[in-house]
Design a protein. Sequence first.
Length: 131
Amino acid sequence: MAVAQRGPVSIDRRRTPRVPTVLAATWRRGPRRVPVSIVELNVHGAALRSAESPDLNYLMEIALTIEGRALPILFVPRSVRFLEAGAVDARYAAGVSIFSLSKEAADAWLALYRDARGPALSIFAAGLPAT
């Protein structure tokens, strides 16, 4: 049986490229509030760091404070990895996708991405899941 030859596979399968950032946010985990850092973002998701491990495929409500307003965004963790045993404030890294957000939060999220990436984003705005 012959094996088909394939070309190189791209490692980056994201719809939009991630850009580095440093944003402080709060994970509303039941009655507790867990600080998280968003270290990369794109139009459809982010990479974040936390002291607690998120559960894969379970919703995370993250409150991102922008210009004095706390904007809730629902994310779904798609990958989680352990960083290092000695770290206290950021032991876990998670790749998350946006599940749902308000129009106000979507506008703020896109503005953050535009500032970090550049102005040519209008073709991606229609792909955001709005509530």
